[in-house]
Design a protein around this ligand. Sequence first.
Ligand SMILES: [Zn+2]
Length: 121
Amino acid sequence: MRYQAEAHPFHETICHCADCRRSVGAAEVAWFSVKRAAFRFVAGEPASYRSSPGVTRRFCGTCGTSLTFELDDTPDEVDVTIASLDDPGAVPPKDHSWTASKPGWAVLGDGLPQFPGPAER
Ligand SMILES: [Zn+2]
């Protein structure tokens, strides 16, 4: 499974929402967005499912790695997991979103802005 994202990333965030937590099986999930036209799968076909109304999540059907989050309401962009990049260090998150939903033991100490709901940009 390989993909390419050939545009500048935007909306880089670490999401703490319950939907991401349950879908990925991790306390937080780092995402970036790109324009849909700049993103494509170049090897393999991802598996997918509707994680909630209007939301499609794609993942590697072999190893289970979460890959993308797509909203029906924003068809011109796709969210991609930063940790699935060859070089995740190249796309640093800029904030935390949905922190009201994080477990109490998850203590954030990186100094990035925190938003209890969606990130305000
Ligand atoms: Zn989320």
